[in-house]
Design a protein. Structure first.
Length: 73
């Protein structure tokens, strides 16, 4: 469900602004931003720092939620 909203099926540049905003709720959009920046736009490390930072933050948040939710006692 998150793949099309995140831009994995089509580029987010061709969708309306409101859909692009909703799509960036998904981690897929941040991953696709960094991928397309590197592969299609010839970007470098500086161009992917923000998407990678957001992905790292989401990883930490979801990991902590998982630890709290599935605490083994």
């Amino acid at each position: 469900t998150l793949a099309p909203l995140g831009g994995a099926w089509w580029p987010l540049e061709i969708v309306p602004d409101w859909m692009r905003t909703i799509g960036h709720i998904s981690p897929v959009a941040w991953a696709m931003d960094s991928y397309s920046s590197l592969i299609f736009h010839g970007g470098g490390l500086a161009d992917v720092l923000l998407p990678l930072g957001v992905l790292a933050a989401l990883t930490i948040v979801f990991f902590l939620l998982g630890v709290v939710r599935f605490r083994i006692e």
